[in-house]
Design a protein around this ligand. Structure first.
Ligand code: FAD
Ligand code: NAP
Ligand code: SF4
Length: 671
């Protein structure tokens, strides 16, 4: 067995988990959709069938004012039990176990009725909470217990009490947000009373044979957070109060340190859980950026934790555990930590899904049945769109021949993976490559598909996935060899000088600033990464924060855009701030409202608000978006075969890999 620690059962006394894998809590958006619980049941069923030891649901509020948003889920009334039953039955039929997370948002509630220990507004919501009265505090504790009782009635195997990420319980624990002077505030003993009373009340209500997980904030990453002694003291008190398992929480949502984005090193926070290992005897769960069975096994084998929590990796691949157990980890579709289709959707109140797996949360809507009439299909281009189409179409029984002009598959992902912090994009290329082999896709590298190929062979249909090409900008002097494209830079085809102007500040402009500003990749050097972001591994300061180590770039970099809107406005909802912070870290000069005039020996001539300026730069890198690569479209249409367009060749504007892969999958489903 390759992963003996990961696959080892865990005995909790009154019940056994079949392995050490906890599927962490994720809000999918299905919880609030009409008919959503049936879809949610299908979603969880696939993960239980896929071998997960213990599933934790998305957060469910114990009362009205604890909701995350006005229409967010709540479990407080007996009539709400039956829809949860659909979910628990599905998981149990599939041989799994499931706990319901109880989450009171406190001041993170996105509505005007939010409550908190003290009336202090969170920096990430527009609503100022009301301070809870003593009666409301006691009532909320009862609501937690009542919700847990209903969860048991609904068939859950336990509950997870959300005590981290800056939600209500965490707000009571830390002096940062708890300025009360009654028995619920002031001293540390008073501040943790709320969490302990909740656990005691739940345990008294549900009995001894019900799992209670407590998600404990072990590293707040905000000023005036807990210190290490307080974390240990609370963990010990929680154990006394009757928790079964302690899960790790890292960072409040308002923290300005990335905790789960793709640029966070793998298992970057396992050391925190490890630190607590010797202090308590209940099982501890390590979390954050654990995305392969190999890394999970290392954590468990080295004794850093008793279980590992992975959440997004189960959006990316429901079969993660089964594949690991069958020694097929090379076939796991790995979560690349992009947040683009999961958290970014959740924060925009859209249903979550996954960039690399468009079926996630669409299990009943995107299905790949065997093809009624298998066809022979030619696919032009092995970028994300072409590869996605190919594996799903071949999986349905079509004969797929995938033509790629270059010597490698991946398309623009081969450029993306060279950006510091985007190393995970290699995993998507690895997954598709192996899956193409598995499903019998015939791959022809170094082969440009054109009409002559189509005429020579007997294809039924053609899928064009030839992607995009960088947009050219034609201005006086821009024909200079010192005006280059992002593609040339990332492919190493050109030398970049010490003074650079980047034209265009979209995702690629910011990525290019990072590429040119950073020496190597700190994602591959966790200690350096922690220093860059001011994470105090010695835990000498409250919240685990210390002064960040400055790393100014060796180059002068200007990042320019024509729009007058704030820089990086179109970047990912949950990751844009990281790109902006990295640019700041490297001293990148950002200018908006720029119009470009010309380039010569003096540098780049621009106008900003009609004022002429010359930027003293030796290189200009064009990051000005892309255009569809349609050079062969009319030739293809001329063959008379049915032609389909997917990905960047279809529409280049606002193209991302999420759309490219989804379009590929949807076409494969229909064909
Ligand atoms: P492409 O990736 O352009 O693939 C097209 C393929 O077709 C190429 O391999 C090409 O060689 C091949 N081809 C063309 N003509 C022929 C022919 N006649 N015969 C055979 N083969 C042919 N997206 C995100 O969602 N998130 C990110 O974080 C992200 N970061 C990025 C960072 C960088 C630096 C770059 C450059 C891109 C990034 N992207 C990101 C964008 C993402 O890579 C693209 O949206 C995606 O690759 C588009 O997929 P596609 O399959 O449509 O086209
Ligand atoms: P983009 O987001 O469309 O940005 C293009 C930039 O070029 C804009 O700043 C635009 O701003 C400028 N521009 C457009 N036309 C121009 C012209 N004719 N002359 C000068 N400037 C021009 O495209 P991108 O940065 O190339 O990214 C492509 C796609 O990849 C994006 O849609 C994105 O989703 C994806 N991507 C995502 C990430 C991520 O981290 N999530 C990272 C990289 C890429 P002005 O018009 O204001 O000048
Ligand atoms: Fe992971 Fe990105 Fe999929 Fe979210 S969208 S689960 S971060 S790969």
């Amino acid at each position: 067995m390759l992963f003996p620690h990961l696959l080892k059962p865990l005995d909790l006394g009154f019940t056994q988990l079949k392995n050490r894998v906890l599927m962490g809590s994720m809000h999918t958006g299905l919880e609030e959709e009409r008919g959503g619980f049936e879809k949610l049941a299908a979603f969880y069923r696939e993960r239980a069938e896929g071998g997960v030891g213990l599933i934790v649901t998305g957060g469910i509020s114990p009362n009205l004012r604890g909701r995350l948003a006005p229409h967010a889920s709540q479990l407080s009334f007996p009539w709400q039990v039956s829809r949860h039953r659909i979910v628990t039955d599905a998981v149990h039929e599939a041989g799994g176990k499931i706990c319901m997370q109880i989450l009171h948002a406190g001041r993170y509630g996105y509505h005007p009725f939010s409550l908190a220990p003290s009336a202090i507004k969170a920096p990430i919501t527009p609503f100022k909470p009301s301070a809870m009265s003593s009666r409301q505090v006691k009532g909320t504790i009862k609501d937690y217990a009542a919700s847990a009782k209903l969860a048991r009635k609904a068939g859950y195997d336990g509950v997870e009490v959300m005590g981290s990420e800056g939600y209500l319980i965490n707000q009571f624990i830390c002096a940062r947000t708890n300025k009360r002077t009654d028995e619920w505030g002031g001293s540390f003993e008073n501040r943790i009373r709320f969490s302990l009373e909740i656990v005691r009340a739940i345990r008294a209500t549900v009995g001894t044979d019900f799992i209670i997980i407590f998600r404990l904030s072990m590293l707040d990453l905000v000023e005036d957070g807990s210190n290490w002694d307080e974390v240990v003291a609370l963990a010990k008190a929680l154990e006394q109060a009757g928790v079964t398992i302690i899960n790790t929480g890292i960072g409040w949502h308002e923290a300005r340190v990335p905790t789960i984005a793709t640029s966070v090193p793998r298992a970057a926070f396992a050391w925190v859980t490890e630190r607590l290992k010797s202090e308590v005897s209940v099982p501890l769960v390590a979390t954050n950026r654990i995305n392969t069975p190999e890394i999970a096994e290392t954590i468990l084998a080295s004794g850093q934790a008793d279980m590992v929590s992975m959440a997004r990796p189960f959006l990316a691949d429901p079969e993660f555990v089964n594949k690991a157990a069958a020694d097929k980890s090379a076939l796991i579709n790995t979560c690349i930590g992009c947040n683009q289709a999961c958290l970014d959707h959740t924060f925009k109140m859209q249903r979550a899904t996954c960039l690399v797996n468009p079926r996630a949360c669409y299990e009943t809507e995107i299905t790949f049945n065997p093809a009624q009439q298998p066809k022979k299909i030619a696919v032009m281009g092995a970028g994300p769109a072409g590869m996605a189409f190919s594996i799903y179409a071949a999986g349905r029984g079509h004969k797929v021949v995938l033509f790629e002009a270059k010597s490698e598959v991946g398309g623009q992902f081969n450029l993306a993976r060279k950006i510091p912090g985007k190393e995970e994009f290699n995993e998507t290329i690895r997954y598709f490559t192996n899956q193409m082999q598995e499903t019998g896709v015939e791959l022809r590298l170094n082969t440009r598909l054109d009409a002559s190929v189509l005429n020579d062979e007997d294809f039924d249909e053609v899928v064009i996935a030839s992607g995009v090409v960088p947009r050219a900008v034609e201005l006086p002097g821009f024909d200079s060899p010192r005006v280059v494209t992002y593609q040339q830079v990332l492919n190493g085809d050109v030398e970049v000088g010490k003074k650079v102007a980047l034209i265009g500040a979209g995702g690629i402009g910011f990525d290019m600033a990072h590429f040119l500003g950073e020496k190597g990749s700190s994602t591959l050097d966790p200690k350096r990464w922690r220093d860059q972001w001011g994470i105090d591994e010695a835990y000498e300061h409250r919240g685990g924060l210390k002064a960040a180590v400055k790393e100014p770039a060796e180059r002068t970099i200007y990042l320019l855009q024509r729009k007058t809107t704030p820089m990086g406005k179109g970047l990912g909802k949950t990751t844009g701030w990281i790109h902006r912070a990295v640019a700041k870290m490297h001293g990148v000069v950002q200018m908006t409202g720029v119009s470009y005039e010309s380039f010569d020996e003096q540098g780049l001539h621009i106008k900003v608000n009609d004022e002429a300026k010359v930027l003293d730069v030796d290189t200009v890198v064009l990051c000005a978006g892309q255009e569809s690569n349609r050079t062969l479209l009319s030739e293809m249409e001329g063959t008379g075969k049915p032609v389909h367009l997917i990905g960047g060749v279809d529409v280049a504007a606002e193209l991302d890999a999420k759309r490219a892969i989804r379009q590929g999958a949807e076409l494969a489903m229909r064909m």
